[in-house]
Design a protein around this ligand. Structure first.
Ligand code: FES
Ligand code: FE
Length: 412
């Protein structure tokens, strides 16, 4: 148990049906229907494996000053995330220590949190400050709000429900976030794409580009790397590698802190920042390739690059010269996943200098397409005719997530 952190994860006994499904898993094939549709399994995951993951839950600008707080739901838990000092953000379960009422319902700014039921009042540090007519012998010091692990890293807010989840290692991505100006950025747009499908169908989709040519004409038109990730052909892949090499030699900014450039050898695992050109001379991910906002952070010119990284398995980031895109995936129910996309721009950019519709165009149209194909996938997986099918050569980047999940469940 991490000292000072409470609200831990239950010890959960799992059913024979879950054991059987785990034993039947066949690597390289999609999962049995059970994994995508079984409510008992989802409840088990929610209380164990999912509770141990780090989730992106916001940006620092959402809690700009001491006392600013946001209320967010993670795995059916309501959390209060509050800035307790200029340098500290804390997370609490939104559960009153008197009889359990929700305390906050909306984001806000407060000097204290007062429960609407019987008016117990907590400091923004979670300590119980006042409670009328308490019985003798009750120690208020033992009745503070329960804390949740919360990290503010480079302007991003992450949480995990399990107090024993190891700390997030940010060494590989923090310098890139700082270069990009993410800590001081402002949110220019946020859109929700609630998807009626189990989280595994959503994440399998996110990790492969086999579907890019049939399902994403706009993305395939913008992103040069589909030549490599969406085609099983040597010619386009070689052409893409040459374009990347030429860009790295002649165009790419030299001082981005992670200099790794996507090459034929890259594994697209998202665990380190990979930087590569959008392609075709585009300067950003807009329809015409032209800028949509002022340069962010420490960029001094447009080089048309995009840096990508993730805090797997549920948070992924795309850093362009003039904006940054944050992807949040949050499993909400057995067959329901919240997908939130947030677009950041430089802190100094005035609203008139940002063309929001042109900025959101690519990922908005692409994520709507993904929602549609994932929901169609989920509908078919519910059929009596469904059985696992073989992943292709172009779907291999998602397989490690599923095998890791299976290995973890088998050993927990
Ligand atoms: Fe919160 Fe009673 S439940 S004060
Ligand atoms: Fe897609």
């Amino acid at each position: 148990m991490v000292p000072g952190i409470t609200g831990g994860v239950d010890v959960v006994v799992r059913s024979h049906a879950i054991e059987e499904a785990l034993a039947k898993y066949r690597a390289g094939w999609s999962l049995d229907q059970f994994f995508y549709t079984n409510a008992e399994l989802f409840d088990y995951e929610r209380r164990t494996w999912l509770a141990r993951q780090w989730f992106l839950i916001g940006h620092s600008s959402e809690v700009p000053q001491t006392g600013s707080y946001i209320v967010r739901e993670v795995l059916a838990e309501s959390l209060i995330v509050v800035r307790t000092s200029p340098d500290t953000v804390k997370g609490f379960f939104n559960v009153c220590r008197h009889r359990g009422s929700r305390i906050c319902s909306d984001d806000g700014l407060a000097a204290a949190f007062t429960c609407p039921y019987h008016a117990w009042s907590y400091g923004i540090d979670g300590r119980l400050r006042s409670a009328a007519a308490l019985m003798d012998g009750i120690d208020k010091a033992e009745l503070g709000l329960k804390t949740v692990q919360l990290r503010e890293i480079g302007g991003l807010l992450f949480c995990t429900l399990d107090p024993n989840t190891p700390n997030l290692d940010s060494a590989s991505f923090l310098p890139g976030l700082e270069y990009q100006g993410v800590p001081s950025a402002r949110i220019a747009a946020r859109r929700q794409y609630p998807t009626a499908a189990n989280w595994k169908l959503v994440m399998e989709n996110f990790h492969e580009c086999y579907h890019c040519l049939p399902a994403h004409p706009q993305y395939s038109g913008v992103m040069g790397h589909v030549k490599r990730y969406a085609m099983d052909a040597a010619g386009p892949a070689a052409a893409w590698n040459s374009e990347v090499d030429a860009w790295a030699r002649t165009q790419a900014i030299a001082d981005f802190p992670q200099s790794v450039v996507e090459t034929a050898e890259a594994d697209w695992s998202y665990t380190e920042i990979t930087r590569f050109p959008i392609g075709g001379g585009r300067r950003t991910q807009s329809e015409d390739g032209q800028p949509v906002a002022p340069l962010m952070g420490r960029y001094t010119r447009y080089d048309g690059g995009v840096a990508t990284f993730g805090v797997p398995p549920f948070s992924f980031f795309f850093l362009l010269n003039d904006h940054a895109v944050l992807f949040q995936f949050l499993p909400r129910a057995t067959e329901f996943t919240d997908v939130t996309v947030t677009w950041l721009v430089d802190a100094a950019s005035v609203p008139d200098a940002v063309d929001v519709e042109r900025m959101v165009w690519l990922w908005d149209v692409t994520t709507l397409q993904d929602k549609a194909i994932i929901e169609a996938n989920a509908a078919g997986v519910r059929s009596r005719a469904y059985e696992p099918g073989p992943f292709s050569k172009l779907e291999q980047w998602g397989v490690p997530l599923i095998t890791q999940y299976i290995d973890d469940l088998r050993s927990q």
